[in-house]
Write a protein that binds this ligand. Sequence first.
Ligand code: AMP
Length: 585
Amino acid sequence: MNYLALTTIYERLESTAKRLEKIQVIAEFLKELPQKDLAPIVLLLQGRVFPIWDETKLGVASKLVLSAIAKATGAGKDAIMLQWKKTGDLGIAAQNVVEKKTQATLFSESLSVQKVFTNLKKLAQMQGSGATERKQELIAELLTSAKPQEARYIVRTILEDLRVGIGEGSLRDAIVWAYFDDKIDIQIKEKDNSLEIGNREEYNACVDAVQQAYNITNDFSVVAAIAKESGLKGLLGQELVVGKPIKVMLALKVNDAKEALERVGTPAQAEYKLDGFRIQIHKLKEKITLYTRRLEDVTAQFPDAVKTIAEQVKAESCILDAEVVGIDKKTGKYLPFQSISQRIKRKYNIDEVAKKFPVELNVFDLLYANGKNLIQQPFKERRAILEKTIKEKPKSIQLVRHIITEKEPDINSFFKQALKEGTEGLMIKNLESPYKPGARVGYMVKLKETMENLDLVITGAEWGEGKRSAWLSSFVISCMDEDGNFLEIGKVSTGFKEKEEEGLSFKEMTELLKPLIISEKNKEAKVKPAIILEVAYEEIQKSNTYPSGFALRFPRVVRLRSDERNVDDITPLNYIEELYHSQKM
Ligand code: AMP
């Protein structure tokens, strides 16, 4: 197939923001594709050359692409740079300069999808001396034959920035529409662009099957080929492969023991919820590989864990689900997530950090053992095999602590015990359920102490606009670091009332803050830190904007705290960091 045909699809996807329309464009395109083009095209549609589980990177910097464009078109680098700056997109810049060149030369060889795909793949293999020049040549070779719009998408794919906006969900649905259309009878109503599905039950079953196959293979190019060739049966029959990571099962949040038991049913297994890092362990004879839940291979960072697994895991081949937790060398107590986060990031002096920050593997599930896929087996059976598979060794590897119960009080006291031992709380699991890769289903729920509100001090404020112009109406809020410095974490203007009788009002805030103003510039005032607010939020995020390094999503004032709290008692930065990590999904 011509690459040009694919770029026409890219253009259509780029030209609409409507999800259903995008799905339809992809579905129609996939339907007509011959099997041999399917795999590369499904990857290229995602702007990829390798599936997500494969960590191979193209490793091409934009500077190198710029040189390649110059080489292929004869255009000056400055001219390309100018276009790039103007459009903010090196792909468009490439398209524009190729356009000019094409007018001059007219003839060029037509590019096939295979050719583009093969050349891009080769980029990843080039390493060592002379790699830069050879990469440049490969890219230039493609661009020399490229039509203007082809140049745009080749460049974007190389830079891993395709910008056509199709997510995993859209691609999954497109595969369903393309290959199961006859069963489900799908129509989009022109009028309001809504979806009409003839057979909803069948549709859901198809979506689930495609999703399930994707959660195991992590590769839509494989999933599309199976859907086309062997339909639902093929999708549902996807096998685990030891050494290839799959998506892990996720948990729902519950608020208390009662809700937990209602969700998962009784009897249930309650386990410690350890505050570490989720690790998927693959063992195939001597070969041991560790993956994070984002499918990154972190084997090299944990030589100590690998040694433990080699010695203590009795299966010839297996896939284990575990939490790797930092422990205090002296006391053997669990450490908060930060200590282990150092190990994940570490690329050098690994043995040294491993000694400094020892870890313990807490294994809680077994998905595969000695050639047998266990994910369809009930959890209690998987756990029974797991118990026979792991030879526990204190401070190195153990089965996660658990109880089996039907009673709320048991859960509550186990929860207390778990918190006392420095864990985050409990995971509560259904004993009969299968393991659902990638799914956030009620087979396991988490019980933590609820997300805590923060006590933050106001260090700045802004005068309002229009009818609020007499009031300070937006407030800069800060936490405190270990040295007592106030560090901004965001601004809050939600939760205050217009009318005094309704609660904490802008008027009251203005009266409180006015005497504390240190300096003013335009509408912004700096204030002496004295007024404390209790602030709720949706999520703590990392931030480059605020000096604390964190920002709050949807901050909302809950109440004034100045009466109950001293400035020294506001939420410390390191606690916010802990909260940030404990909310990681
Ligand atoms: P959360 O990150 O708060 O959504 O909680 C889910 C995470 O808890 C999982 O991804 C694991 O990393 C972690 N975890 C700790 N202990 C367990 C356990 N016993 N079973 C399952 N997950 C656990």
